[in-house]
Design a binder for this molecule. Structure first.
Ligand SMILES: *Cc1c(COP(=O)(O)O)cnc(C)c1O
Length: 375
């Protein structure tokens, strides 16, 4: 059986977890958490990083930090994971869904300006498959209307846009280390803070609304309840796991890029139309988070998945447009979002994981080419 995903282990995870446990400091913000923060700040130049228990939590922190109030409007793509929206809905925001581009699932930034109203507070770009949104235009728009930008960089670790790391461009950014991402911790995430105005309050919100972090640094002589907050910080067990992965980031990325290129080269060499294959806009880098195909219709995609499954290969489709979700469709303003629906019906993700063997990948490719020959 060839599944969609298999979590990759470097072998050091349990060694570091043992060290964390033996150190007698198992709760959060110990040695391994600091090592992870330092890794990201040095490697990508993010001003300040804070590990969280998930990307969902990092997004929830961002919504608190930019002070979302009931009735505020937040613009984001409809073709995304529920957490992108939920984090802001929890603070009472109204979500204004934007359509995807024609040739990528990313939000079409050229169509955003007409969605901005006096109530708009933030834009949340999602870098689908680790491919950057048009951040130059988006940041210009945000500046013009004085809006916050929170990057959902869940899939975008070690990815770049015109020389800048994704997650390092907006005011805030959220990363995920869920087991389906490039670098994993089981469940885990991180808030990257690029606007230094948010650093102090972010530490407080993450520590249940207390100034505990400042207390441990000796900046205040006692700590107490100073703001709203929750328990957003992960234990050292999770940070230890994550650090073992981060040490292998280059190796993980190299291997994933090889797998990605092998799929792409094989499909292009076989004459599969470019419209079926992932498109990388100018200036975008590919962090090999996933390899997807775009079929001609929902029926063709269903036939494709069945064709693969009958050979015990398990590709999976992805998001269902949020503007049509049972929870939000009645709150949505009724605009048609044809490109979001297009990807909802047609996109399929191929098996993609570090340990996918050359012979298994050959088998997947052959099975897929057979499908395109028949149809
Ligand atoms: C994975 C993912 C999330 C959620 O990440 P968690 O760490 O599971 O909370 C949010 N947004 C996008 C785009 C994702 O791919």
């Amino acid at each position: 059986m060839i599944p969609f995903n298999k979590p990759f282990l470097t072998g050091k995870e349990t060694v570091y977890i043992q060290q964390a446990v033996a150190s007698g400091k198992i709760s959060g913000d110990g040695m391994f958490t600091k090592k992870c923060h330092q890794f990201f700040e040095e490697r990508f130049g993010f001003k300040k990083c804070l590990l969280t228990t998930s990307c969902t939590d990092a997004l929830e922190m961002a919504a608190i930090l930019i002070n979302i109030q009931p009735g505020d409007e937040v613009i984001m793509p409809s073709y995304t994971f529920v957490s992108t929206a939920n984090a802001f809905v929890l603070r009472g925001a109204k979500i204004v869904f934007a359509d995807s581009e024609k040739d990528t699932p990313n939000m079409d930034v050229t169509k955003l300006e007409s969605l901005i109203t006096p109530r708009t507070k933030a834009i949340v770009p999602v870098h689908y498959a680790g491919v950057g949104c048009d951040m130059d235009s988006l940041m210009k728009l945000a500046e013009k209307y004085n809006l916050f930008v929170v990057e959902d960089a869940a899939q975008a670790i070690d990815s770049w846009y015109k020389g800048k790391p994704l997650g390092g461009i907006g005011h805030l950014a959220a990363f995920s280390f869920h087991e389906t991402k490039n670098v994993i911790a089981g469940e885990g995430g991180m808030l990257a803070i690029n606007d230094p105005r948010f650093v102090e309050r972010a530490e407080i919100i993450r520590e249940k609304g207390t100034n505990r972090s400042a207390f441990f640094r000796g900046e205040v002589d006692k700590y107490g309840w100073v703001d709203v907050g929750s328990s957003f910080l992960p234990s050292e067990v999770i940070a230890a796991f994550l650090f073992a992965q981060l040490e292998h980031l280059t190796d993980i990325q190299d291997q994933r890029k090889l797998l990605w290129k092998k799929y792409d080269d094989a499909f292009r060499a076989a004459g599969i139309a470019a419209s079926h294959l992932p498109f990388l806009p100018e200036g975008c880098y590919n962090n090999a988070h996933m390899y997807y195909l775009v079929l001609d219709s929902l029926d063709q995609r269903t036939a494709f998945i069945d064709h693969c499954k009958s050979a015990d290969i398990h590709p999976v489709f992805h998001y269902l447009s949020l503007h049509k979700s049972p929870f939000y469709h009645e709150k949505h303003d009724g605009r048609e979002l044809v490109n979001a629906d297009f990807f909802t019906d047609r996109l399929v993700r191929l098996p993609f994981y570090y340990t996918l063997s050359p012979s298994d990948q050959d088998f997947v490719i052959a099975r897929i080419l057979q499908f395109f020959k028949k149809s």
